[in-house]
Design a protein around this ligand. Sequence first.
Ligand code: ADP
Length: 548
Amino acid sequence: QNTMEQHQFSAEVGQLLDLVVHSLYSDREIFLRELVANAADAMDKRRFEAQTESAVALPEGPTIHLVPNKEAKTLTISDDGLGMTREELVQNLGTIARSGTKAFGEKLSAAKPEDRPSLIGQFGVGFYSAFMVADRVDVVSRKAGTNDAFSWQSEGKGAYALGEAQRDQAGTDIVLHMKEDAEEFLDPMRVQSIIRKWADHISWPVVLHETKEDGTSEDKTVNEGTALWRRPKSEITPEQYTEFYRHVARAFDEPYATLHWHAEGMTEFTSLLYLPGARPMDFMEQSSRESRIHLHVKRMFITDEANLVPNWLRFVQGVVDTEDLPLNVSREMLQATPVLARIRKAVTRRVLNEIKNRAKEADQAFTTFWDNFGLVIKEGLWEDSEYRQEIAGFARFHSTHSDELTTLDDYISRMKPEQDAVYYLVGESLDALKASAQLEGFRARGLEVLLLSDAVDSFWPERLYSYQDKTFRSVAQAHGDLEKFAPEGELQGEPAEMDKLVPALKDALGEAVKDVRSTVRLTGSAVVMTSEGGPDLAMQRLMRRSGQ
Ligand code: ADP
């Protein structure tokens, strides 16, 4: 008998488990969705790695196996996936590596106790959801390409035990010792219906082991596993589309748009893509700026790292499935093949057209979409010379005109006849911008100013340079322009003693400033700081912050 080593969970895991275990609720069947999804991920990863590393090849007929055992009161979920090393067990199951889970844990603990159950039901908490139904979880895992298996056991109360184990093949078993009030999940019919509801699209066979009254037993595949995107649109219900979105995006909202089409011609592919209805919780913290659209070849999942759309569309979710690549396509080939370049172009065009059409509707749904993802799309204004002008055509901005967002076209239609530039002001927040003294001279002359407060706003105006022949000009550098425009209200003339004040100020400030001048820009404030010629003030602040 080998000895088990005791370990403590990281503090975050401890807290999360505590919240999960003490949130009794009706939707706890989602634990099975979470565990089966993990099993399928591990098998996807193994198949992909096996292309370059034959030692990790999948066994014949790989499956996800579910074994309910009423006598032992256990439910076992086994997979032929990549498995985990000892270190990976510690890292993956003993700490919270994923920022999304961490963000979720924070949201969960901030929620009122009575709201927690529905939050967990909506979002799931991955592996830890096992502790909603089990008072003990045993994991046995053997990493593909190695001979050693390890065991991880926990009652979900602050500690887990780690030791050596036996496993004939690579893969992972999750053994749930069911709580008394969760024995319903030992019923094969119940298990089958949960799989049908939550995991039908898993592309690996989910095999249920059923022991009959007479002692005989039977294995049957319970998921449909068909590639939804290959079915005709007319046969797919809105619910099925939404369900697949949640599966592929690991999301829980309703998609804002669903794009399902088949492309023929130079390159043949089928695509089922979604614009999400909500911003994922950890979206802005994600270190990766790359698209996670799944690439399939002949229905088989290949990778979610093929960058099928530009980074500024990285919120788009879904699958692209093509016949025109070999199943054993390598990473190098993915980089180089013209097939993928063509697919990328076609997919980007289709998504862009969809966004443009929806932008024309200019409804609340589009505003919400823009609130969620506009700050990512605007990165394209900065870094994508190919699509920059098109993006500018539908982008939305806050401005001094009204509280509603505006397009550049609408801004231009309101420009003064003698105005040749689009004025903008960059700042930390919309409130700060609205209160800025920089705006006074512009307000007094009825000149509209775009108010830009997203991080990327410091960069794109200079790079975009112009739209419809109007250049972008920061108000911080545009005082000279003001003289061209007549003030709309009464402005007081220059105070009589300005000619004394200015030299006195210059004297007092010395080297600290380049110049002191009287101005026609201000109506309420006494002074304003400006920078002419040099980088925009907000840009200077950003450069300082990033240590440049
Ligand atoms: P998520 O799957 O969302 O990352 P989980 O808490 O469900 O979060 O799982 C944490 C990590 O544990 C996974 O990212 C994966 O690396 C690992 N893991 C979980 N289940 C398995 C499994 N059956 N086989 C291999 N690795 C797994």
